[in-house]
Design a protein around this ligand. Structure first.
Ligand SMILES: Cc1ncc(COP(=O)(O)O)c(C=O)c1O
Length: 427
C-alpha cells in the first residue's frame, strides 16, 4: 500500500520485486540520463520511515528524540533530509561531525571509542550543538583538560558496555559496575556536565536486548548519588532495530557455485514490527528507569530508516555462459563482500518477470570475491540488460570504496517528485 508521500514499503522479497518492476520505466530513464553503474537515493522513503519511527515511539513517549547515525548512510542530501524531518544526528568521528554540521544539524551526539584530540576540539568548538558520549575514564580526563584549556563547558554522556555481543565489543564504553565511580569523577570536572547514559546493540530482531540493557541501567541508577541523577536528562538506547522485512539470507552455496533448480534462493529470518519494539521498550523504561529518574528516551536507528531508500543499477557487460554474467560495476560500490552473507533480489528490468532464475551474477573487479548474487528475477538475462538491486540504503553508500574501479555516480531524488521524475535529481 502506498503512503501519503507516494512511497510504498515492501516487506517481502516478492513485494519488493513487484514494486521494482512497477517502477521499471523510472529506473530505465535514470540509467539513460545518469549512466550505469548508478547509486539512487530516494527522499520519499526516508521521510516516510523517519516519520513512522518517531511517531511510533512518540505515541508512547512524546518527548522521545531520534538521532540518525551517519555511519548508516553519509550522503549529504540524505543527512539534510533527516535534519529537515526533525531528527538529530549521531556521529562517530570528526569527519562525520563535519558532515552533520554541514547538513545543519542542531543536535548532535558524538560517539565512538578513542576520539582524537582534534575531534574533541571540534566538538568543543560546536559545544552548543554537540553532546560528547564519552567512551572511557581516560576520555573524560582528556575532554575535561581540553575544555578547561579553552575555559568552556560541554554536555556529555557516557557509553555503557553491554554483555552478549562477544569479546570484541569490550572496546566500547565502560563496564556498568564502574558507573558510580565514573559519575563521581565527572561531578568533580568543572567543565563537563554528565547529562546522559548510552548503550548500543546491533542486529536486534526483537526488543529483548533493549529490555535487558534498560534493566542494567536501572540497577546502575540506584547506585548513583542524587546529585548525579539530577543532572541526567536522557537514556540513549542506540540503534540496531531490524526492519520488519527481516533478515534475508542466501541459500547455502552449491558445490559448483551455481544455484540449481527452482527458487526461492533465499531464506528469511523474521523481525518483529516496530510497534512491538516501542511497546516493550516503553514498558521496560517505566519499570526500570522511571522509578529513579525523570528523563527522555533517545534512539539512534540507522538501518531501520534508510535501508529501503536506495538502489543500485548495473548493466550486464559480459556473459560467459547461460548461468554466468558479469556486470559493469563491482562490489566496491557497497564496499565489502556483502552478498556472500546477505541476500537481496536482483531484478532484470530489461526482461521483466517475477520469476527467480539461477545464474551467477558477478561484478567486473579483477577478484573472484565480487558477487552480486546467484539468481535474478526476469524471463532471461543477456548482455546490455539493466539490473536493479533494491534495499541498498544502509551500510553501502558509506562503505563504498575506490578499489580497482572508480566510485559510481549517485543521484538523489527529492520527495516532491514521488519517484516518477527523471529530469531531476542531483549527482
Ligand atoms: C553507536 C551506534 N548507534 C547507532 C548505530 C546504528 O545501528 P543500526 O543501523 O543497526 O540501527 C550504530 C551502528 O553500528 C552504532 O554503533
Amino acid at each position: 500500500m502506498t503512503d501519503a508521500s507516494g512511497y510504498c514499503p515492501a516487506v517481502t522479497v516478492q513485494e519488493l520485486v513487484a514494486n521494482s518492476l512497477e517502477r521499471r520505466d523510472f529506473f530505465r530513464r535514470l540509467a539513460e540520463r545518469h549512466g550505469s553503474p548508478l547509486y539512487i537515493i530516494e527522499e520519499a522513503p526516508l521521510l516516510s520511515r523517519a516519520r513512522e519511527f518517531c511517531e511510533t515511539f512518540q505515541a508512547l513517549m512524546p518527548d522521545m528524540r531520534t538521532f540518525f547515525p551517519v555511519k548508516a548512510n553519509s550522503h549529504p542530501d540524505l543527512l539534510k533530509t533527516m535534519v529537515t524531518a526533525g531528527l538529530g544526528i549521531e556521529v562517530s568521528s570528526g569527519s562525520e561531525l563535519e558532515l552533520a554540521l554541514a547538513a545543519g544539524a542542531m543536535k548532535v551526539l558524538f560517539n565512538g571509542p578513542a576520539k582524537r584530540a582534534d575531534e574533541l576540539d571540534l566538538a568543543l568548538t560546536h559545544r552548543d550543538r554537540v553532546t560528547v558520549i564519552m567512551d572511557s575514564a581516560t576520555e573524560l580526563e582528556r575532554l575535561e583538560a581540553a575544555a578547561a584549556g579553552r575555559g568552556v563547558q560541554i554536555q556529555t554522556a557516557v557509553r555503557l558496555s553491554v554483555p552478549g555481543h562477544g569479546a570484541l565489543w569490550r572496546k566500547f564504553g565502560i563496564d556498568p559496575s564502574e558507573l558510580p565511580d565514573f559519575a563521581e569523577r565527572a561531578t568533580s570536572c568543572r567543565h563537563l556536565s554528565l547529562n546522559g547514559l548510552h548503550f548500543h546493540t546491533s542486529w536486534n530482531m526483537t526488543p529483548e536486548a533493549y529490555v535487558a540493557n534498560l534493566r542494567v541501567v536501572g540497577n546502575c541508577l540506584q547506585r548513583l548519588t542524587g546529585e548525579t541523577r539530577a543532572e541526567l536528562e536522557f537514556i540513549d538506547i542506540g540503534g540496531g532495530f531490524w526492519p520488519a522485512s527481516g533478515e534475508w539470507l542466501p541459500t547455502p552455496e552449491p558445490a559448483d557455485g551455481v544455484a540449481a533448480g527452482q527458487g526461492p534462493f533465499y531464506t528469511t529470518e523474521p523481525a518483529v514490527p516496530l510497534r512491538r519494539f516501542a511497546e516493550e521498550i516503553y514498558q521496560a523504561f517505566q519499570e526500570y528507569i522511571a522509578p529513579h529518574l525523570q528523563c527522555r528516551l533517545y534512539a539512534e536507528p540507522g538501518r531501520w530508516i534508510c535501508s529501503d531508500a536506495a538502489s543500485i543499477l548495473l548493466t550486464v557487460l559480459d556473459q560467459k555462459s547461460d548461468d554466468l554474467i558479469i556486470t559493469d560495476g563491482g562490489t566496491n560500490i557497497v564496499g565489502w563482500e556483502q552478498f556472500e552473507q546477505e541476500y537481496f533480489p536482483v531484478v532484470n528490468l530489461s526482461r521483466p518477470e517475477a520469476t527467480e532464475r539461477p545464474c551467477l551474477l558477478l561484478g567486473s573487479l579483477c577478484t573472484p570475491r565480487d558477487l552480486w548474487g546467484r539468481s535474478y528475477f526476469g524471463s532471461g538475462i543477456r548482455c546490455s540488460d539493466l539490473l536493479l538491486i533494491p534495499m541498498q540504503g544502509a551500510y553501502t553508500y558509506s562503505l563504498r570504496q575506490q578499489f580497482i574501479k572508480p566510485l559510481p555516480s549517485t543521484v538523489f531524488i527529492p520527495a516532491k517528485y514521488g519517484g516518477q521524475q527523471t529530469e531531476l535529481g542531483t549527482t
